[in-house]
Design a protein around this ligand. Structure first.
Ligand SMILES: N[C@@H](CCC(=O)N[C@@H](CS)C(=O)NCC(=O)O)C(=O)O
Length: 215
């Protein structure tokens, strides 16, 4: 087996990549990294000094790949399977990448801002930043709600990288700014994501760590 994924099951960006791997039953060695463990943290930073996961190592090509989107691009190119993670048509591929960016930058990032603030020590909180992130999440939710009125998945009928990006971002965002009662198309899309076996598996594997989510 040439692929090793450095990750943590509770990490939203790691779940994004796990979904892609599970969609195509891609064989990989799971290497859970505990960033709170000094030795593991240091070892991981030798691999990727930025210190953020997921990181994929492919011994077959001697490549170390960071960034969830780039990892999924790599999997789509070199380890393709039944789920085509990026459409073959160049225009649809660009659209898929745009939606992936949308979920990362306009949902995932704001969700991380709010979670990150909860982890800050007293006296270092950024209430302005949190209010701004919540307001931007609401804007994104409205856009997704309108877009999902007549779609099954982010790209229409076919599950893709954009849905890999959407699922964990929406999962954690919904815990912070619940959208179930206010955005019915978004909520229905989220229900479909939750029922998708690849994401359901990632959520189940994260369950033992649920208590770490800051309230
Ligand atoms: N843009 C990166 C973001 C990765 C990221 O933010 N990972 C978080 C976990 S979800 C992390 O490693 N956090 C640890 C830290 O910031 O120290 C990607 O898409 O992979």
């Amino acid at each position: 087996m040439s692929l090793t994924l450095y990750f943590h099951p509770f990490s939203s960006y790691c779940q994004k990549v796990l979904i892609a791997l599970y969609e195509n039953d891609t064989a990989f060695e799971p290497r859970i990294v505990d960033l709170t463990d000094a030795a593991e943290n240091a070892a991981f930073k030798r691999l990727w000094p930025i210190g953020k996961f997921p990181v994929l190592r492919d011994d077959a090509s001697a490549l170390t790949i960071a960034e969830s989107t780039i990892i999924i691009e790599y999997l789509a190119q070199h380890y393709p399977g039944a789920t085509r993670l990026i459409p073959a048509d160049p225009d649809l591929a660009r659209e898929c990448r745009a939606r992936d960016r949308f979920y990362d930058l306009h949902v995932h990032q704001h969700m991380q801002t709010i979670v990150g603030d909860r982890l800050r020590p007293a006296g270092k909180k950024d209430s302005f930043g949190v209010e701004q992130a919540k307001s931007r999440l609401e804007t994104a939710f409205g856009m997704i709600d309108a877009e999902m009125a007549d779609k099954t998945w982010a790209m229409g009928d076919a599950f893709s990288m954009a849905d890999c990006a959407a699922a964990p971002a929406l999962y954690y965002a919904n815990l912070l700014v619940p959208f179930g009662k206010t955005h019915k198309n978004l909520a229905a899309y989220f229900d479909r994501l939750m029922a998708r076996p690849s994401f359901a598996r990632a959520v189940k594997e994260a369950e033992p760590y649920r208590a770490f989510f800051p309230t």
